[in-house]
Write a protein that binds this ligand. Structure first.
Ligand code: SF4
Length: 216
């Protein structure tokens, strides 16, 4: 697949926004796999995790890999993934095996754990370096799931609410291109209890869209 970047391709894996040449999705993925832009700040070797295909129609944009995903090299191989798949109404075989489903988080490498036990936020650098090029190479995407506040703010900009809850409550405003969701982490179990409208209204809509996208 070719997309229309004018000019010549630069060879540096970390060219990022300076990249000006024609590009295929394979080119972008090769460059992302080689990226070491955060190597001096991460407490481990960068291991970019991204799962997309030229056929991707449903793109899941989360926060950043956690420690389990860092180990597995596959997105959402953790309890958050189990909950997300349950919301979507798909099993792991479909999630990982259907090329129409893709995952590209706001950062591709595990950012490490903070002293309180939570993960550090995704480094903004990753989206700035890679996201425009990657999305330009995914022309078939019809729906992007904005999972959590970082993805919502990046994609929706000033249309995002003051909080994740406010943005998710206004979910109909962003259709059909975007659907904002809370992060499926166990840390949001209390949020899900306090906001039953999410599972009553949004999850059925999500399942319907996913079924339509992967069945057509
Ligand atoms: S998080 Fe993104 S920018 Fe940083 S090393 Fe990984 S792929 Fe590169």
């Amino acid at each position: 697949m070719r997309v229309g970047w004018p000019g010549r391709r630069q060879s540096s894996a970390n060219a990022g926004n300076a990249y000006i040449g024609p590009v295929t999705l394979a080119d972008v993925l090769t460059d992302i796999a080689a990226c070491r832009a955060c190597a001096l700040e991460l407490p481990h070797e960068p291991r970019p995790v991204v799962m997309v295909n030229t056929e991707t129609r449903l793109l899941i944009c989360g926060q950043a890999p956690g420690s389990r995903v860092h180990q597995s090299g596959l997105p959402f191989t953790d309890p958050s993934g189990d909950r997300l798949r349950s919301w979507m109404g798909v099993n792991a075989d479909a999630f990982y095996g259907d090329p129409r489903i893709g995952v590209a988080a706001m950062a591709f490498c595990y950012p490490g754990t903070d002293p309180k036990g939570g993960d550090y936020p995704p480094p903004r650098r990753c989206a700035e370096l890679w996201r425009p090029r990657l999305l330009a190479a995914l022309p078939k995407v019809e729906l992007t799931l904005l999972v959590g506040g970082y993805a919502q703010k990046w994609a929706l900009k000033d249309r995002a609410g003051q909080s994740m809850t406010e943005t998710v409550r206004a979910w109909r405003d962003f259709l059909p291109e975007y659907l904002p969701l809370p992060h499926p982490s166990w840390r949001n179990t209390g949020w899900l209890r306090r906001n039953p409208w999410f599972e009553a209204e949004i999850v059925p809509y999500l399942r319907q869209r996913v079924a339509a996208l992967v069945s057509s």
